[in-house]
Design a protein around this ligand. Structure first.
Ligand code: GDP
Ligand code: CA
Length: 355
């Protein structure tokens, strides 16, 4: 086994890699791995951080990101796609690293005014810069563009070279069936559960409304089938990755690439770094642990490899027992360099070479 990547340009010329990817496709790119087609399944922030690392390792043109749209919502008549925007903002380098979501240097004057006017859904804070994206998207779509078409335009205008695809152009909505503090059954849009009510309700079930009739967006299945590596970003398995996998044909396509399909655990030391995965995993019968998420994916035949944090090293044997190549490393992406190291390790596991 040999190293697949190093700091020197010549390391990108590694003959081992040339043997792994189809003949003729390998191309040396100084400091990066050229010619490897990478697909990443992505939610929002965890994915955005990871993808910034990934495009340090492979040329961004070789990366296709398939993004969850179950969180999408119409607010003030605008089509808002939180995960598509998070991924775009992170890759464009305009994301707010501290807050996690939205854009750096953001202001909220329009939202403040909407709240003063008691506009419906004004609890859903949309930044002023962020609003420009939603206006552009909504305008393009009312002019006849599909969500894919509008996304490609937005991505281009942000100068992002990676291909970013919504999982579907059809409407799929993540709904949370829960019980509130008075014991009353409620049925909420994911954003009402998470942003408005701050995950305080007891969740009974999660459903992706409309998914049975949804078709994968153009290019999604083709990208997975042609990928040398399929990476499951460290995103919420239940409300970020599952809507993608529930879109007809996608889980099957990923299972078809199982040997090259590798995920990064979004659970570190028994808890999510942010978000509510700890509340939702038990609802779908998964344990809140690195091994629990691995087995949740593996029971659908989706996982060839799994990358877990050093804090969870004790679970390595459990994951390996599922027949999954398991690697322990630092997975907390404090900066782009850390994300780059994590992406390199993850890619190496997918390609079946040493890091
Ligand atoms: P969204 O922005 O709410 O859509 O969030 P995602 O679904 O992309 O991500 C939420 C998950 O990402 C949580 O389970 C977090 O633990 C995980 N996450 C966020 N940052 C990191 C990180 O630096 N490392 C790892 N391993 N997971 C992370
Ligand atoms: Ca999300």
């Amino acid at each position: 086994m040999a190293r697949i990547y190093g700091r020197t340009p010549s390391a990108a010329n590694n003959p081992i890699l040339a043997g792994i990817i189809p003949p003729g496709r390998y191309r040396p790119v100084p400091g990066k791995i050229g010619g490897v087609k990478v697909v990443a399944l992505a939610g929002g922030v965890g994915a955005g951080k990871f993808l910034r690392g990934l495009v340090r390792i492979v040329p961004p043109e070789d990366v296709t990101v398939i993004v969850n749209t179950g969180d999408d919502v119409e607010v003030h008549g605008l089509h808002v796609s939180p995960d598509l925007d998070s991924v775009t903002y992170w890759l464009a380098g305009v994301a707010d690293r501290d807050r996690g979501w939205g854009r750096a240097g953001e202001t909220f004057r329009a939202t403040d005014e909407l709240r003063r006017m008691e506009a419906e859904w004004s609890w859903f804070g949309l930044g002023d810069l962020d609003l420009a994206t939603h206006l552009l998207r909504t305008g393009l779509m009312s002019g006849g563009a599909t969500l894919s078409g509008a996304t490609a335009e937005i991505v281009r205008r942000f100068g992002v070279a990676a291909r970013i695809l919504p999982m579907t152009n059809d409407q799929v909505t993540t709904r949370i069936e829960a019980v509130d503090e008075t014991g009353t059954a409620i049925d909420l849009h994911f954003q009402q559960y998470w942003v408005e009510r701050r995950a305080r309700d007891q969740v009974k079930a999660i459903r992706f409304q409309g998914v049975e009739r949804a078709a994968p967006a153009p290019g999604v299945l083709e990208a997975i089938a042609a990928a040398d590596a399929v990476l499951l970003c460290p995103s919420n398995p239940v409300v970020s990755v599952d809507p993608i996998l529930a879109t007809p044909g996608i889980a099957q396509a990923v299972a078809g690439r199982r040997d090259r399909s590798v995920g990064v655990s979004p659970i570190v030391a028994g808890a999510p770094l942010r978000g509510m995965a700890d509340k939702l995993l038990p609802v779908v019968g998964a344990e809140v642990s690195a091994a629990g998420v691995a087995s949740y994916y593996a029971r659908r035949g989706l996982l060839g490899g799994w990358v877990i944090d050093r804090a969870d090293a004790g679970q390595t044997a459990r994951v390996r027992a599922l027949g999954i190549r398991t690697v322990v490393t630092d997975t907390v992406m404090t900066d782009d360099e850390a994300a780059g190291r994590l992406a390199r390790t993850t890619l190496a596991v997918a390609l079946g070479v040493d890091t």
